[in-house]
Design a binder for this molecule. Structure first.
Ligand SMILES: NC(=O)c1ccc[n+]([C@@H]2O[C@H](COP(=O)([O-])OP(=O)(O)OC[C@H]3O[C@@H](n4cnc5c(N)ncnc54)[C@H](OP(=O)(O)O)[C@@H]3O)[C@@H](O)[C@H]2O)c1
Length: 371
């Protein structure tokens, strides 16, 4: 019995089916293995795979499970590999290019969606980067909307979507350009580097630019969905799982870590005192797995807040002048003692401390937070 059987996270996945895009990639493979290994009660893991390099999706999956990442699951519970259901598709196509019967199965069975598929090439023409990272995300969200059991949609972004800022909070920052404008420029001027660079402003490449727009989509189109965004920094080899040092990509910092010790790479331009933002792949996949378990709770809160925001909009957009002569007259009839004990004079309110208590009170009594 794996340790996962007594964990709350593993229980969350028990009996549920998940859908993963980007499962042939470095992070995606590691995620599939982790779900199989540590969430042993999981039902099916649907993996969207493109037909590529003349290979069918099913052949490509076989190559993935033959990598060392899957050794421990093969040794401990080889049978569980059958839980992986490969489906041939492409996120840039309508309905991800899926057959009607496959779509129906996903819509009826899937509870959790992990969207990792992306182009991670920094300098792809803007049009292609937008097509994969933005339109692809839109297509995945559309499918999520039709999933009757959906409990979590985890969108994997990058910490560098906001690399034009120095301090980055866990919020989706508004883009100075709207999506339609970005699509228009991408369609018309994609191969004109001067226009594209000027248009992207302080975003350093088409990868971060398009991933930033993908986040905007998640923010706007998932208001009523149980969604989360995970933003890894530069993903490096695993710290522990599926085995220490597991890596299968030259992307990110790998080239430096191979080239430098081998003496092949002798000079790299950089600032020695800077912190390099690396994160082990198993830390990332663990966060992705756990984030899904929180989506529904947070969103419940988001949905409630959205209702409140919608409800108060009218009152926030308008202003009124209320007369209170009767109240003032009534106050004037009261003795100082009664005014003290039965105060209703709004002029005596210290709004600063009142609002502070309001926020603290809501946290304490509604959110039951200790802090
Ligand atoms: N690696 C990092 O350092 C890093 C850091 C921060 C964030 N991230 C994010 O983490 C996620 C995974 O990154 P990764 O490093 O695992 O990338 P990766 O190894 O390049 O994998 C990308 C995955 O996306 C799939 N994909 C691309 N276009 C597709 C399409 N049109 N339809 C269906 N699938 C498509 C690829 O499928 P094929 O095999 O068919 O090409 C592959 O499975 C990405 O969203 C990335 O932005 C990665």
């Amino acid at each position: 019995m794996s340790k996962g059987n007594c964990s709350n996270v593993a229980s969350f996945y028990s009996g549920k089916s998940v859908f993963i895009t980007g499962g042939t990639g470095f992070v995606g493979k590691t995620l599939i293995e982790k779900l199989l290994y540590s969430c042993s009660g999981i039902d099916k893991i649907y993996v969207l795979v493109r037909d590529k390099y003349g290979k069918q999706a099913s052949e490509r999956l076989a190559r993935i499970t033959s990598t060392p990442a899957f050794d421990r699951i093969k040794t401990s519970r080889n049978e569980d590999l059958k839980k992986i259901v490969v489906i041939s598709g492409d996120i840039t196509r309508e309905n991800l290019g899926l057959h009607e019967n496959v779509l129906k199965a996903l819509e009826n069975e899937v509870s959790i969606v992990f969207h990792l598929a992306a182009t991670v090439a920094f300098r792809l023409p803007l049009k292609d980067a937008m097509r994969i990272n933005v339109n692809g995300t839109e297509n995945v969200i559309e499918l999520c909307r039709r999933m009757i059991k959906l409990q979590a949609f985890v969108h994997v972004s990058t910490a560098f979507t906001n690399s034009d800022r120095t301090e980055i909070n866990e919020v989706v920052y508004p883009m100075p350009i709207n999506l339609e404008e970005a699509r228009h420029v991408a369609d018309r001027y994609s191969h004109d580097d001067v226009i594209v660079c000027a248009f992207m402003g302080r975003k350093p490449n088409t990868y971060t630019f398009s991933k930033a727009f993908a986040e905007q989509l998640v923010l706007k189109q998932c208001e009523d969905l149980p969604a989360a965004i995970v933003r890894p920094s530069i993903v490096m080899s695993s710290i522990k799982e599926p085995c220490p040092g597991w890596i299968d990509t030259w992307n990110g910092a790998t080239g430096l870590f191979v080239g430098m010790p081998a003496g092949v790479l002798r000079v790299v331009l950089g600032r020695g005192s800077n912190v390099t933002d690396l994160v082990p792949v198993d830390i990332v996949t663990n966060l992705i797995v756990v984030a899904a378990t929180e989506c529904q709770k947070q969103i419940k809160l988001q949905r409630r807040l959205k209702k409140v925001v919608d409800a108060v909009k009218f009152f926030l957009l308008n202003e009124w002048k209320f007369s209170d002569d009767n109240i003032r007259n009534l106050l004037n009839t009261m003795s100082p003692v009664d005014k003290e004990i039965f105060n209703f004079d709004v002029k005596t309110i210290n709004w600063e401390s009142c609002i502070e208590d309001y926020i603290l009170g809501a946290r304490k009594y509604l959110l039951k937070s200790e802090k």
